[in-house]
Design a protein around this ligand. Sequence first.
Ligand code: SF4
Length: 362
Amino acid sequence: MVVTFPHCGSGWVPLKTLFDKHGIKCVVPPKSSKRTMTLGARYSPEWVCFPYKILLGNMIEGLDMGADTVLNVGGAGLCRLGYYSKLQEQTLRDMGYKFDMVIFDWQEAGIVAMAKFIRKLLGNSWGEVISDIRFGLLGQLKLMDEIEHRVQWIRPREIDKGAANRIWRGAGDRVAAVQTREQLKSLRRQITSELDAIALDPKADPPKVALLGEFFMALDGFCNMDIEEEMGKRGVEVVRTAWLTDWAKAWLLLDMLGLGHGRKVKAAARPYLSRDVSGDGVNYLGETILLKHEGFAGVVHVMPFTCMPEVIAQNILPKVIEQHNIPVLNVVLDEQMGKAGLVTRVEAFVDLIQRRQCRAAS
Ligand code: SF4
């Protein structure tokens, strides 16, 4: 068995370690790129949402590198995500690939479904499965998220622009190479001291902006054209609301028990949208309101073209903006996107945020 899987943020890190540890060959597809996008778009229905095309492109690249088993997510849902996996599997077979597709239904039973999925895939004991999940989610993914949080904080404050990014770009391979808690602790110390050594501008007082919207687009730097970096180097601290560890905690565990942050977000969104429209539509509205009250200077909303839940939320948004007085930059992305246009809009938005900050201070 040679396993591959599409990218979703830092998710590849614990997956690679898991397969390496159990002696299963695993092919991590190259980081999503223009090639991935072109391949995915070529074999996708034109109308389908952008993440579908990128995920399909990742799978094609993984299969071309010798994989014979594809991991994918699927299951019931109100939006198109529910039938992504079936359509992708059929498309790949029509293209002539011979492979097995193993589907993880994350909505079925949260963390229990994940444990069963890993056990079936690797044939391990329950004890081993629980220990692997703890190491992957609470060890490796948590460390990746901690590093990225810190990098987001450093970007608008660093003197040598790009210094934090250089560490971030190599972090995934370093974290994927560790297999024990001790190694992980020592790597955490090393990376923390490298980040601490970056020289900061003591006069920097960056405004804080939240990046939110469709989960995959917010998480994937290639898909959102590195909007976090673009804002960071223009002196804005970007705080993303989509994190894989939060998703794991919320969707796989806390929401199952009715204790997740999701409850607060849904309550804030309720006056504007009271029913689940799938995807991140309700979350986007609720988070925009909560973030305004937490002192954020603005919101960047990223969504794929034709994404049904985000289109619903986007149409309700003007009312939220009017009542809560928060600037929003709405970015709709697909394979036709161009970076120059985005940079111009980012510059105008940063200018607006900084002027509001100056006005509030005077
Ligand atoms: S949330 Fe939007 S982009 Fe994501 S799968 Fe559903 S329709 Fe597509």
